[in-house]
Write a protein that binds this ligand. Structure first.
Ligand code: NI
Ligand code: MN
Length: 226
């Protein structure tokens, strides 16, 4: 699957001919200033929770592309009130058939409030199952034993996990998460954007390698095959 990184926890994956964009936060991110938000394609926008560093560009991209926004219930509701037409507001444990395959919302240990302070429900992650393969994006979360349940149901090709520490898992817990998930390939996100989550990339790569895992850290604006 083609994976494109847009900085922080924003990325796109091409799945079964559809463009899935996750947690768009580009305009406020100085590290992503070379990314043209007006050029980003999306058929679906998946939003893990209500925090500003995950929702900043959702409304603009959804209105421009007509993409369907898939999000936890209260987050989806908030986007509807902002004038987004196609919203699929789901909740944890629920799955749905879509044009790209199956999407399921998973639990995440974090918090969720909207940028205007309104209630954002509980934060989520996503399991995507498709004819191209399956993957998991945890969203912002702590390490949780619940991840083991995902591996029991779905054979994952890779996982997209936060590795920046401080607000989410750091690299050590992300590697333990990979063990629970039964994956050896991890794409790291949610690092470098803010001072507390600065990452020593080489150290992180070495740590992953010694744990028998492959850690992908694509440069912002570039694509890799995962
Ligand atoms: Ni967050
Ligand atoms: Mn975040």
């Amino acid at each position: 699957m083609k994976f494109t990184y847009y900085g922080h926890a924003c990325f796109a994956v091409d799945v079964a001919g559809k463009k899935l964009l996750f947690d768009p936060f580009i305009t406020p991110n100085p590290l992503a200033r070379d990314v043209d938000v007006k050029e980003i394609p999306a058929d679906f926008i998946l939003v893990s929770h209500g925090h500003g560093d995950h929702v900043a560009d959702v409304v603009a991209i959804a209105k421009r592309t007509g993409a369907t926004v898939i999000a936890p219930f209260e987050v989806g509701d908030w986007f509807e009130k902002k004038g987004v037409n196609n919203v699929q507001a789901m909740n944890h444990g629920g799955a749905a058939a879509t044009a790209f395959g199956r999407v399921k919302l998973t639990a995440a240990i974090h918090s969720s409030s909207m940028p205007d302070g309104s209630y954002g429900g509980n934060p989520a992650g996503f399991v995507i199952e498709s004819s191209d393969g399956n993957f998991y994006y945890s969203g912002d979360t702590a390490l949780t034993l619940d991840m083991k349940l995902i591996a029991e149901q779905t054979r994952l090709s890779f996982a997209v996990l936060p590795i920046g520490d401080f607000f989410t898992m750091g690299i050590h817990d992300a590697l333990r998460a990979a063990d629970l998930l039964g994956v050896t390939r991890i794409v790291g996100v949610h690092y470098d954007t803010f001072p507390p989550i600065k990452l020593d990339r080489e150290a992180a790569r070495r740590t992953a390698q010694s744990a028998g895992k492959e850690l992908f850290l694509p440069a912002i604006g570039t694509s890799i095959d995962v």
